[in-house]
Design a protein around this ligand. Sequence first.
Ligand SMILES: [Zn+2]
Length: 421
Amino acid sequence: MAYTLLLRNCAQLLTLAGAPAHRPLAGENQGNWRLLPDAYVACVEDRIVALGPMSELDETLVTPATTVLDAAGRVVMPGLVECHTHLVFGGNRAQEFQRKLQGETYLDILASGGGILSTVRATRAASSEQLLDQALHHLLGFRQYGVTTLEAKSGYGLDAETELRLLEVAQEAGRRQPVRVVPTFLGAHVPGPEYRGRPTEYLQMLVQEVLPNLHPQDVPFVDIFCEEGAFSVSETRRYLEQAQALGFRLKIHAEQLHDLGGCEMAAELGAVSIDHADYLTPAGAARVARVSGGNTVAVLLPLVPLFLRQERYAPGRAFIDAGLPVALSTDFNPGSCPSKNLWLALSVACLKMGLTPAEAVAAVTLNAAWAIGQQQQCGSLEPGKRADILLLHVPSLEEIPYWLGENPVQQVIIGGQLQPA
Ligand SMILES: [Zn+2]
């Protein structure tokens, strides 16, 4: 069948393919995927159908109807997968940024009724239309950075009605523009203000009033913030077990500020990802890799300690060496990371977590897809996968993390469609 889209003369085609396909890239495989020099990738409609060295391109399938992009001298790679965002929220927290610059910590601000609770007030007060407009604005920004699939958490409503509304807004945002949106229920972000000091009752309310109104086909993941000031390990375990019994897959925010053991607990339950993990030790990482059979992905968020002015970053190098698959994300949210620049997160992961450029690229593509259950659709360039492809304006993999803070994207393709700049 004639190609509808062809990218030819790719100086480097970063396929991310080549390792065993039945689990996330771990250990040596995280950086050892297949890079093809002087290559092409061809699509029919929304699917990739062929790729390989230019010498093997079947020119008979290139017709006047084929859209041809000449990638001479440049890198072509899969669309970015942004696997951890708090996309839908009202207002912003620029004021608190000032307080942070003057030395207050995240927990100081939370204790004084600021932090997340100020976003909760702004979110509850916003109409669904306002929240949708703001979410679409952010999605456009993500798309310009080359993000083609994005996870979006609720978690700024903290009551049943608003939490359900936030998930509807996230789903509607996915329908209104080309970036694929995968919603996650994070009602268990912190106890709602009406449940101050009563975290167990708050979780019970979520189990009784929200989870029965969600379907795992629409909202596949349930997430929780396991941390001092949020939910304890035992509260978290009970909640995740209840969510799992209803058919949801599990995620956790854990070991962000303290080593409480949340990551290991969630891995034992088969969580698809453990997120933050700044305080997870290399020994803990090895146990997570073992109990999960290499299926739980550590989603590391290097822009968060940067923005919170913390010294401690997750030891990503040690995690990879311990066999734990690593993904990277911005954690885009109004409090601890207002950045949509996943390329900057990738560079900071190389600088502060010890990832190589090849490992970091895997962490924002294939392993990120695994972290949100999208690995059969996206994350690598392989025949049969959706044609989510980026043409960069850099000539090599090594230059991706090098141009710190720059957006290397020249052309975004989603489902075989060229996106406007
Ligand atoms: Zn988060």
